[in-house]
Design a protein around this ligand. Structure first.
Ligand SMILES: N[C@@H](CCC[C@H](N)C(=O)O)C(=O)O
Length: 280
């Protein structure tokens, strides 16, 4: 069987996009997604994203498999790529288009802007321990600057769900973080029953954060959109930053805003088509 795909990237966080509009089930299994994502024996990507028919009155549904075959609820860089992919599939100009996308993390709304950037309404962050989920504190409490023992060290962590789980810790210098060593220890820590994404944040100033990320199911990636949103929310909750900031990732910057009135988070960044292909 031959399957058409398109490769996209958002700040180096790369995805294989598949037109799955003819069915409400993803056309690949998690095991096939692992093969496709393999950087030596496959196409190479951090995840595979499927565009399915919209559920509950939305325009489309997004499903995604991480490169380890697990299925996350949401993906920030991925939804920007998905919006560009849909505009391409529909043959529409990319001038000021807006979609409502159903995800396992809630309904998200990406808008393609005339300057080529994509702004996504990422919804309202969830902060209660049961919503992350984490057992770090009582189910209906928030986790803000709580100590967590990892790799023989105590880290002050703040937990935020952007549909998917994030554990954020503020550090002096991101360059000094041994990411490959400690990232998996956060991801698989027993206080995170569904594992977690982890962000290490250096505050340059109240409107500029530097971020390193270890993603659940994908490891060290060049960027994480939901992670950048969670980092800004954690920065506001801990008094480290303002409600609007640039988050600099290894793959480049994202602009993040957490609105005071409706409490919604907005993320702006690029999404770029890399190539199309056919998998046999
Ligand atoms: N890179 C993504 C997040 C992808 C999902 C994540 N690995 C998880 O398992 O939650 C982003 O840009 O948000």
């Amino acid at each position: 069987m031959a399957i058409e795909f398109t490769k996209y990237q958002g700040l180096g966080n790369d995805f294989i996009l598949i037109d799955n509009r003819a069915s409400s089930q993803p056309m690949l299994t998690p095991q096939e997604a692992i093969k496709w994502c393999d950087r030596h024996f496959g196409i190479g990507a951090d995840g595979v994203i499927f565009v399915l028919p919209g559920l509950e009155g939305t325009d489309y549904t997004m499903r995604i498999f991480n490169s380890d075959g697990s299925e996350p609820e949401m993906c920030g860089n991925g939804i920007r790529c998905l919006a560009k992919f849909i505009a391409d599939l529909e043959g529409r100009s990319t001038q000021s288009l807006r979609y409502r996308i159903h995800t396992l993390g809630g309904v998200m709304s990406p808008e393609l802007r005339p300057d080529g950037q994509v702004t996504v309404d990422m919804g309202v962050p969830r902060l209660l321990a049961k919503e992350i989920p984490t057992t770090l504190t009582a189910a209906s409490e928030k986790v803000i600057n709580q100590p967590l023992e990892v790799a023989g060290k105590s880290w002050n962590v703040t937990c935020v769900s952007m549909g998917n789980p994030h554990c954020i810790t503020f550090v002096e210098d991101v360059a000094a973080i041994p990411l490959a060593e400690i990232g998996p220890q956060f991801e698989h820590h027993s206080v995170f029953p569904q594992r977690t994404n982890t962000e290490f944040i250096q505050v340059v100033n109240r409107n500029y954060l530097k971020m390193l990320v270890w993603e659940r199911g994908a490891g060290a990636t060049m960027a994480c959109g939901t992670g950048a949103c969670a980092a800004l929310v954690a920065g506001v909750l801990t008094g480290n930053c303002d409600r609007q900031a640039t988050v600099e990732l290894p793959g480049g910057p994202l602009e993040i805003q957490w609105s005071e009135v409706e409490q919604r988070v907005y993320m702006t960044g690029p999404a770029v088509k890399v190539f199309t292909g056919t998998w046999y």
